[in-house]
Design a protein around this ligand. Sequence first.
Ligand code: KG4
Ligand code: ZN
Length: 343
Amino acid sequence: MVILGIETSCDETAAAVVVDGKRILSNVFASQAKEHERFGGVVPELASRAHAEQMLLIIDEALVKAGVTLDEIDQIAVANGPGLIGSLMVGVNAAKTLAWSRNLPLVSVNHLHAHLYASLMQEEQEVTFPAIGVILSGGHTAILKMHSLTDYELLSTTVDDAIGEAFDKAAKVIGLPYPGGPEIEKLAKEGGGARFGLRPGRVKRSPHYFSFSGLKTGFLYAAKGAGAKKESPLLLKQNELADLAYEFQEVAFGDVVKKTLKIAREVGCSTLLFGGGVTMNQRLRELFHEQATGMQLLFPGKGLSLDNAAMIAGLGYHLGKNERAFDLHLEPSPSVSLLGGVD
Ligand code: KG4
Ligand code: ZN
C-alpha cells in the first residue's frame, strides 16, 4: 500500500511517500524557520501563508523523489491536529482535494500519535506492548502507557509550558534564534557545573506531572538578575551563559528521565518509545541510555524526530486499513488531544 502523507500542523510544510507503513520512499519538507526566526517563535498568519505557497511544490517533490506518480498512490494520510488552525487547513484541504479528484481513501492522523509511531518506523522486530510512549515536542510533553499501537492512556503531561517551548523561550532570553532547542544544546556543550541553583518543577498533587515555567523563570533570573524582565540586559559573559545552558538542560532532562523511569517501573513496562523534536537532543538520549538499564529504548531515526510527513503516512497505513472512502467532511482539529478529546 503506497501512501502519500501530508503534514502542516505548525511551521514545516511536509509530504512523504511511504509503503506499507515503514518503507520510506521520500520524506521532504520546506522549513519556515527563517521566516519566524526574527520573531522568536512561530507567527501563525505567516505560517499559513507559507504553507499555501509551498504545499503543491512539496507534494510534487515527494512524488518525484519517491519515483511514483499520483496514479500509483493508494491512499492519502493527513495530520488534522493538534496544531495551528490556519496551518492545518492548508494540509487538510490539499489532502481532501487530492482524495476527491483521484477517488482515493483519505485517513486523518493525530500528529502526536504519529510522533510516537516515528520511533517504530525503522525497527525490524515487532515491539512488545504494553510500552511507555514519551512525547517531547515544542507544543507537548506527555508520557503514555501504550497498550497497543492504537490504544493508549495518558499518565503524565505538563501543567504549563511544553519542554520544547521552555527551551525556545530560554534561548530567546539570551538572544539565541528560534528554534532554541538545538541552540541551547550547542551552547551547553561548552558549559558545565550547577552553580545557578536551577530546580525541576514539582507538581504537588500529581508528582508524575511536569512544570517547566519555574525553571524558565530561574533561567531568566540567572541570566538577567533576580526579578528581571525578559527585555532586561544580560548580566552573564559567554562562558557563563554556556554554564547556564548546560545547567538548564541537565535539570530539564534530569526531571524527564527520572519521572519517565519511575512511571515505567511502576507500570512494569521496559520498552520506551520516544517522539517529538526534543528527542533530537543527544544529551537527552545519552542520559536515558545511561540510566534506563535493562530497558529497550526506541528513538526516531534520521528525519523522523522533528515534524515530518513520513510518520503521518506510516501511521496512516495502520489506521486506514479499513478506509474505503474519502471523507469530505474532514475538518482540522487544532485542539484535539492525544486521546481524541479536546485539550
Ligand atoms: O516535534 P516538533 O518538530 O514540533 C512540534 O510538534 O512542536 O518539535 C519542535 C521543538 C522545538 O521546541 C525545538 O526547539 C525542539 O523541538 N528541538 C530541540 C532540539 N531540536 C529541536 N530541543 C532540544 N534539543 C534539540 N536538539
Ligand atoms: Zn510535532
